[in-house]
Design a protein around this ligand. Structure first.
Ligand SMILES: Nc1nc2c(ncn2[C@@H]2O[C@H](COP(=O)(O)OP(=O)(O)OP(=O)(O)O)[C@@H](O)[C@H]2O)c(=O)[nH]1
Ligand SMILES: [Mg+2]
Length: 304
């Protein structure tokens, strides 16, 4: 037999949409990238890195799982964060399964309480990934497993390290078992539904977040103004703008003699080259859009 799709022991290929939910900084995007075997979703040690729904498809022999990485859930205080959290919660209604990711080192009690309330309302199966076990002692881990198993009726509880890839296959097995039988939604090989322009903008935002401190990560938005493939796809020419809220922030992003902006551009270019597998010419601009995080029109312009 020459079947492209290999059914499991019960004879069923399984497929479904899975929302990855959790508090900010739990390691959701790191886990998505690990499951995909490729960097798609940007990550950083600062909370509130992800701002949009990031779709990534995991292809297995006996299943296809379409993951929606989401922004960390928290009690939002400004218009940008309110929109972002609403977007994350709205994925709950669209999916077959929820993957709740919690940080086993630094639990975020308030955000997790909020999440459990939402999960109670939605009646979807939920798999729990207790993440960052590379940093947790065994007794502490066992008490966390006990705590979580009592807090909610999970389909499975799997301790993992997204960073090191530990137990991630076991987690995928547990999610596969919780999905309904069904055909694949995406063709083989497809990674995402996101346009390359968007992913390029995200890679630039990641470098701006990682290479600056204090308030800058929260004040940055990136737009791609030009994305042109040349030489039969061997070269991509990209012009992008980093938007900040204040003049002082513009100075920080540019740095002394333009050094910081150069560093951001260099790191982003390499990341985009890896993703596109082509040479990239990247030109960056910095612009002040006063208080854009509180301005509905600007939020829309920046895709939030
Ligand atoms: N030690 C350890 N750190 C991890 C692990 N997984 C993720 N991290 C770190 O946790 C931080 C946050 O990771 P992200 O993947 O950006 O977290 P997130 O949940 O997507 O965060 P938001 O998008 O802000 O909600 C980064 O510094 C990661 O390197 C892990 O398994 N072990
Ligand atoms: Mg994230």
């Amino acid at each position: 037999m020459n079947n492209e799709i290999n059914p499991d022991a019960t004879g069923a290929f399984r497929s479904g949409y899975v929302a990855i939910l959790g508090a900010p900084n739990a390691g959701k995007s790191t886990l998505l990238n690990r499951m995909l075997g490729q960097k798609l979703s940007i990550t950083s040690k600062k909370p509130q890195t992800t701002r949009n729904r990031i779709l990534g498809v995991v292809h297995r022999q006996s299943s296809q799982m379409v993951f929606l990485d989401t922004p960390g859930i928290h009690r939002a205080r400004n218009p940008l964060n309110t929109r972002i959290v609403d977007a994350a919660l709205s994925t709950l209604a669209e999916v077959d399964l929820i993957l709740l990711v919690v940080d086993a080192i630094n639990p975020d009690k308030a955000s997790e309480q909020l999440l459990l309330e939402k999960l109670d309302q939605h009646q979807r199966p939920v798999v729990l990934a207790l993440n960052k076990i590379d940093q947790v002692q065994r007794p502490a881990l066992l008490s966390q497993i006990e705590h979580w198993s009592a807090a909610f009726d999970f389909s499975a509880v799997v301790p993992i390290s997204a960073k090191r890839g530990e137990q991630v296959d076991r987690l995928l097995d547990a999610m596969e078992a919780a999905l309904p039988p069904g055909p694949p939604f995406f063709p083989p090989e497809s990674l995402t539904d996101l346009p390359m322009r968007f992913i390029a903008a995200e890679m630039i935002r990641e470098k701006a977040i990682r290479l600056t401190g204090q308030e800058i990560p929260y004040a940055v938005a990136v737009t791609v103004d030009l994305f042109k493939e040349e030489k039969n796809g061997a070269l991509a020419r990209i012009h992008a703008t980093i938007h900040v809220e204040r003049d002082s922030q513009k100075g920080i992003v540019i740095g002394k003699n333009g050094a910081k902006l150069k560093q951001i551009g260099e790191a982003a270019r390499q990341e985009i080259e890896n993703l596109l597998a082509t040479k990239v010419f990247l030109k960056l601009f910095v612009r002040v859009q006063k208080n854009w995080t509180k301005d509905t029109k600007a939020l829309r312009k920046f895709g939030y």
